[in-house]
Design a protein around this ligand. Sequence first.
Ligand code: SF4
Length: 63
Amino acid sequence: MDVSVDLTKCQSYAQCVLEAPEVFELGPDNKARVLAGSVTPDNEKFILAAADLCPMQAILVAE
Ligand code: SF4
């Protein structure tokens, strides 16, 4: 699974951080970013839930 954040869409709502704190954090620019090494099979369901919850549809998931 490939996970990225479209920084042009992210509006720093942090829903992703609340849903999947092991995967997403807000960077110094206040935009979400994916923590290195966090895209693991165990975290997939949290990543998909976060992508669903993002009000800006800014989380991109590809298989
Ligand atoms: S929920 Fe979406 S808009 Fe909010 S910080 Fe995460 S990626 Fe950005």
